[in-house]
Structures are given as C-alpha cells and as structure tokens.
Design a protein around this ligand. Structure first.
Ligand code: PLP
Length: 418
C-alpha cells in the first residue's frame, strides 16, 4: 500500500485547520467558497480521496471470492472498514454492520426485510420531522400490508411534541417506530433514547435515522439501545454510494434477505436457496468496495478530530450564525432555536419578500452555497405553514469567515426584491 495512505492521520482541530485538508477549498475561486450545504453532502478530505485512488491503483479486486492474494487483501480492507464503523458506533459485534448504498437504501431494507413480522392493522409511528426517505418506504410497506401510519406532532417552533408521541405510543402500540435524530430541515434535535425506551415498553422496534446526526456527535448504539440505525457515507466526509445499516444481530438473523444474488447465499439449487451468515445475507452482489474502504478512512478522519471537539466547535459556530441572522432585518428563523440545546448545525430561514430559491441563486454569486426548497420534508413544512426555506448547515471546515458573505448575499437579495 502507498506510504501516504499508511501514514497515521494527525490530530486536527475543527475549523481552519481541518479546512486545509479539503482540496475543494484550495481550488482557484474568484471569491472564498462558503460551503454551507454540508447537510446535503459533505466535502471530502484528501485522505478519503487518496484512499479511493490508492485502492483502485494498487489494491482493487472483487471481495469474498478469489483465493488469490489481491482478493484476500481487498476483502481484508473491506472488513477493516466494517470494524472501523462498528467502533464509531460502539457496536460490540461487527456483524451488526451492513453496508448499503445510503440511508435511503437502509430504510428500504428494513421496510422489506422486517415485513414478515407485521400484519394487517398494525401501526408504524413516525414523526413530522422526517425526511421523505423515512416516510415513503413505510408508506409503500403500509400499502403492501394494510398497515396504519401515525405521525407524532411538532410544536409551532418545530420541536417534537413528546407528549403527543407518548400518547400515540400508548394509543396505537406501534410495532415499529422510525425517527430522525436530527431534523435535516430545521436542525431540531430529537431525544431518541427516550423514544426508544417508550417504544420498547410496548414491544416496538425502533429505527433511528442518523443521516444528519452521524457527523456531529458521538453515537453509542448499545447505550441508546437502537434496534436499527442508518446513515450515509457522503454526509460523513466519505464517498457517495455507500452507507450503513446497524441492526441488532438477532434481528438481522431473523429477518428475510432484501436483495437476492451472489454473495448473500450459502447454497443455491434449482429448487431453492439458503442464506449466508449475517451481514453477508444483506449484501447481495458486488458492493461498492472502494467506497466502503474510503468510508473507513473518513471514520478515521473524524476520529482524528474527535466528535466531542466537533460538537463543541459547531455549537459555538451555530450560536454565532444564529446571533448574526437573528439581528438581520427581514430574516425569519425557523426551529426551536431559542431553547437551549434544542437545535444543532442546521439553520433554516426566509428573507422577507424573497423566495428561498432566489436567495440561493443570489448567494451563489457571492460563492455562498446554501440549500433552498422543502428539504425533502414536505409534511413538516406544510405543518409549519411555509412552502420553502433557505438552509445553512455546518461542517468541520466551516468557520466564522463563511458568515460575512452570507450576510452580504442576504442584504443584496433583500434590496433586489423589496
Ligand atoms: C434526515 C435524513 N434522512 C435521510 C436522508 C437520505 O439520505 P440519502 O439520500 O443519502 O440516502 C437525508 C438526506 O438528506 C436526511 O437528511
């Protein structure tokens, strides 16, 4: 393996120091790049890009197949990445880590493979904070099996109403609960440990959508007692096309396979097939091998900064963004921001008389990248009575220097459209 990849990653501080590791910021820009759309997808550090290149240049082969050394080495790298992810999640058993293509596929996997444990009339409980990825697969499942979907309400500020959630758990006794840990549209934090405990009290299994939370604070699946937890590699400074489903091993053992094909079988005959051990049972066909290996490197990168340090840094930066935007005339902020600790890393807002899409287009001329629209959370925005919003989201490379051009863009748009 190339020496550059073997080098242990130096410990880094979040902010300006971490930013230097991301080549995209050193590209020749007319103006500084203020990338404020990490919630959609994070930028990639050199170590992740190098890891992909190195794998394809020096180590590529299919895994779990060849008796030759190149295949054995590729298999080893793939399994090392699985171990790194198990460690990141404090999962005791690496067999509980299934590689998927992302959060969306992980949720669809559970919606299909857990189906046999559900019967007509059963309920699934979601919250109004969910991304479409954590709504639509359950709606498809509900239509297939005749299930009922119930949504826990949010307050006008966009905070989950735990009283409503608890009431609905008692009333409907759901078989499954699926909830986000951090709302992608508002940045609302959700006390998933409490929801898991309430769900378990009525025998429900609970899936945590960690697509947003994974890059911002540490997760211990054992302490949390999650039955399922999903995330995407590309929001964790890793490649696209790779994600993770964590599930309790006994659930994976009991569930049916999701996709059929090579690698997930023990034996195939003309009359039927038997399944490989977990997690292979859920990894049919050739997986995104290089992407999995590079996701392992992304995990090491995150660990070299430390999730506690990332959390503290982003909390201070978030407060700064909130202070600036809340003082800006014509800006309306959404979310339970005034409540201490209720929101993190994501801030949604609108500017008077300015459509969020127009603001985003104007911001782009200042080289400020921000998201506009419904953020794949239409039920939430409908509930809050807003058609769309602009959204900024922070990452390890964000700094206070990202905010002056954002304010400049907001003022310019406000002058243009008022
Ligand atoms: C909370 C949440 N869940 C699920 C997803 C879907 O992730 P992916 O498109 O990577 O599958 C996203 C993406 O933005 C998200 O923010």
């Amino acid at each position: 393996m190339s020496k550059s990849i073997l080098k242990p990653l130096p410990s880094l501080l979040p902010g300006a120091e971490a930013r230097k590791e991301f080549p995209i910021f050193s590209r020749h820009w007319q103006r500084r790049l203020s990338y404020l759309d990490t919630a959609a997808s994070s930028q990639k550090p050199s170590c992740v890009i190098d890891r992909l290149t190195c794998f394809y240049s020096e180590e590529h082969s299919n895994i779990h197949r060849g008796a030759y050394s190149l295949s054995a080495e590729a298999t080893l790298r793939y399994e090392e990445a699985r171990n790194a992810i198990a460690k990141l999640l404090s999962a005791r058993d690496a067999r509980s880590i299934v590689f998927t293509r992302g959060t969306t596929e992980g949720i669809n996997l559970v919606a299909h493979s857990y189906e046999k444990f559900l019967k007509q009339g059963d309920s699934i409980l979601l919250t109004l904070l969910e991304h479409h990825s954590n709504i639509v697969p359950w709606q498809l499942l509900a239509a297939r099996k005749g299930l009922q979907i119930v949504f826990a309400e949010v307050t006008d500020a966009g905070e989950l109403r735990l009283d409503d959630l608890e009431k609905k758990i008692t009333q409907y006794r759901p078989k499954l609960i699926a909830c986000t840990q951090l709302s992608n549209a508002l940045g609302t934090l959700v006390p998933v440990e409490h929801i898991i405990a309430c769900g378990h009290a009525v025998g429900a299994k609970v899936l945590v959508d960690a697509a947003q939370s994974i890059a911002h604070s540490s997760i211990d699946v054992g302490a949390m007692d999650a039955d399922f937890l999903v995330f995407s590699g590309h929001k964790l400074y890793g490649p696209t096309g790779i994600g993770v489903l964590y599930a309790k091993p006994e659930l994976l053992e009991a569930m049916d396979p999701f996709l059929g094909g090579g690698d997930m079988i023990r034996e195939v005959t003309t009359s039927g097939s038997t399944w490989a051990d977990i997690p292979s049972k859920f990894e049919a066909g050739t997986p995104p091998i290089a992407e999995a290996v590079a996701l392992g490197t992304a995990v090491e990168f995150i660990r070299s900064i430390g999730l506690d340090s990332i959390k503290a840094y982003e909390a201070a930066l978030f407060q700064k963004a909130f202070d600036l935007l809340s003082r800006e005339p014509g800006v309306t902020l959404y979310g339970p921001i005034t409540k201490q600790g209720a929101q993190a890393s994501i801030l949604s807002f609108n500017v008077k008389n300015t459509h969020a899409h127009d603001l985003s287009t104007v911001a782009d001329t200042f080289n400020v990248q921000l998201r506009a629209g419904h953020h794949c959370a239409m039920p939430l925005l409908q509930r809050l009575g807003i058609g769309s919003s602009a959204r900024i989201s922070l990452g390890v490379y964000s700094t206070e220097d990202d905010f002056p051009p954002l304010l400049e863009a907001i003022r310019h748009a406000r002058d243009l459209f008022s």
